[in-house]
Design a protein around this ligand. Structure first.
Ligand code: ADP
Ligand code: TRP
Length: 329
């Protein structure tokens, strides 16, 4: 490392996780694992976006449960709350103050062009105002913590553009440097297929559970759709759900599975058995940790509260800067 690298200040990366369901293997491979690797290069903040979940979740007990399920999942997957900041969005109410200030700088037309809002209208729904305003709350989530980098999927790109626009506008009107203008880091994580070969998604019922007991996991894996060649026939690995999942979970051993499938005499049942074992090897220790962490709700809440206290200290400074810039104090 050069002297120059040593002098470069550490950048802040922030990740928001919407607690709307129990995480599945697609969330783990596509979001959790890549996001946790950022700890090596950034000062990291991870928060559970429970106010965002409120746009769709209508069951209070379910929401409380999802917040803890998601927090316990990230902790079990290796999030170290001493090295990073983990908190619940609703524990830092300053986010609403910033949301209001930002909303006064945004044209309604910009929100009317929002993908989520437009898609809901196109489906003939009458979206609630939370869905309309969702991007402003997300901008406040990001700007409140002087975030430099936001790792996101392609679907969130428009939200980041709006965040950058509004931050630059506030700085232009009230003073450069009031807010940090963040950059998006668009994920190149692969799309994880579900049991039917389509993108794994909670809403499609094609999910592979992350922390269900091994017996249940095995049953789901045995149910993955395959073609129906005879055992001795050669099979095409590439593009098959079983092989694509194996390649994501055990890349080093994937060429061996490919060879076996293409040689014939190795059936989809064998491949599913190997896939089950590879997934089990990856998640078994995490499952143990998850069950212990999830069972200790007081311990879990204490971790979230400690994270919120540290987060509030940062939020407080930003809000102070914004208030005096706009003339509120
Ligand atoms: P779902 O699509 O099941 O409702 P979410 O929208 O809650 O999942 O996704 C949470 C995170 O997990 C997002 O960053 C998303 O990009 C990622 N993710 C979800 N499903 C997949 C998948 N099948 N492959 C890769 N990443 C995924
Ligand atoms: N909108 C994001 C999603 O649907 C969740 C989110 C809320 C978020 N606030 C954020 C992501 C801030 C990154 C930064 O997945």
């Amino acid at each position: 490392m050069s002297t120059c690298d040593n002098l470069r200040p550490v950048k802040t990366s922030l990740t928001g996780i919407k607690p709307t369901h129990l995480p599945h293997l697609g969330n783990y491979l596509g979001a959790i694992r890549p996001a946790l690797s950022l700890v090596e290069h950034y000062r990291t903040l991870y928060f559970i976006a429970d106010y965002h979940a409120l746009t769709t979740v209508r069951d209070a007990d379910a929401l409380r449960g999802y917040v803890r399920d998601v927090a316990a999942t990230w902790l079990a997957c290796g999030l170290d709350p001493d090295r990073t900041l983990l908190y619940r969005q609703s524990d830092v109410p300053e986010v609403f103050e910033l949301t209001w200030v930002l909303s006064c700088l945004l044209a309604t037309g910009q929100l009317e062009r929002g993908h989520a809002y437009k898609d809901a209208l196109a489906r003939g729904e009458s979206p609630n105002a939370g869905i309309f305003n969702y991007p402003i709350l997300m901008a406040a989530d990001i700007l409140l913590y002087d975030t430099d980098v936001v790792p996101i999927g392609k679907d969130q790109k428009q939200h980041l553009e709006l965040t950058r626009d509004v931050a630059a506008r506030l700085n232009h009107l009230y003073g450069e440097g009031t807010l940090v203008v963040p950059e998006a880091r668009i994920s190149n994580a692969p799309l994880v297929p579900g049991t039917d070969g389509e993108k794994m998604s909670k809403s499609k019922g094609n999910g592979i559970p992350l922390f269900e007991p091994p017996k249940k996991l095995r049953k789901v894996i045995m149910g993955i759709k395959t073609t129906s060649e005879a055992l001795e026939d050669p099979k095409t690995a590439e593009g098959s759900t079983v092989y694509e999942l194996y390649r994501l979970i055990a890349p080093d051993r994937a060429p061996e599975m490919e060879q076996k499938l293409e040689a014939g005499g190795y059936g989809w049942g064998h491949a599913k058995e190997d896939l089950f074992e590879a997934i089990e090897a990856e998640i078994e220790p995490k499952r143990e940790a998850y069950l212990a962490i999830r069972a200790d709700e007081d311990g879990l809440d204490a971790i979230l509260h400690a994270g919120a206290e540290r987060a509030r200290a940062i939020a407080h400074r930003t809000i102070g800067r914004v208030r005096s810039a706009v003339g509120i104090e």
